[in-house]
Design a protein around this ligand. Structure first.
Ligand code: ZN
Ligand code: ZN
Length: 122
C-alpha cells in the first residue's frame, strides 16, 4: 500500500509559520497548515466532535461553547512507515495521520486545484 508517492523523505514543522512541510520521496512538496491538520484530526474523538458540530449547527437552540482546539504542534513521531502522530500543545495526541491520506489531500494547486479535500481516513 505504501509506495514512493506517499512516502516522506523529510518532514519539517515550522511552528512560526504554522506549517508542516512534507517532502515526498518523489520530490513533491506539500505544505500542510497546522490548523487544517487539527481540524482534520483523524482520531475517533475528533471525528465524533465534528459529527456533533454538524448536528449543533443545524440546531439554532444548541449552544456551541467548546473552546477552539490548539493548533500548535509540540511533537511529531513516526508510526511505522505509514503515518505520523502529532502531539498538540493542549495534550491531544491520538491523531495518527496516514501519509497516503495526507498526500491525497496535498493543498498545492497541482494536486488539488480546488483546495485540499478533507482528510479521508478509511
Ligand atoms: Zn483528535
Ligand atoms: Zn501537491
Amino acid at each position: 500500500m505504501t509506495n514512493a508517492i506517499s512516502r516522506p523523505q523529510n518532514i519539517t514543522i515550522d511552528r512560526a509559520a504554522g506549517v508542516m512541510r512534507i517532502t515526498w520521496l518523489d520530490g513533491h512538496i506539500s505544505d500542510f497548515v497546522l490548523r487544517w491538520l487539527r481540524t482534520n484530526c483523524p482520531c475517533a474523538t475528533c471525528r465524533e466532535e465534528r459529527r456533533e458540530a454538524v448536528l449543533a449547527a443545524a440546531d439554532p437552540l444548541r449552544l456551541t461553547s467548546t473552546p477552539a482546539p490548539s493548533t500548535e504542534v509540540v511533537d511529531a513521531e513516526f508510526v511505522g512507515h505509514y503515518a505520523i502522530r502529532l502531539t498538540w500543545s493542549d495534550g491531544h495526541a491520538t491523531g495518527i495521520f496516514p501519509f497516503a491520506s495526507l498526500r491525497a489531500s496535498c493543498p498545492c494547486a497541482e494536486c488539488n486545484p480546488n483546495g485540499a479535500p478533507p482528510l479521508v481516513i478509511d
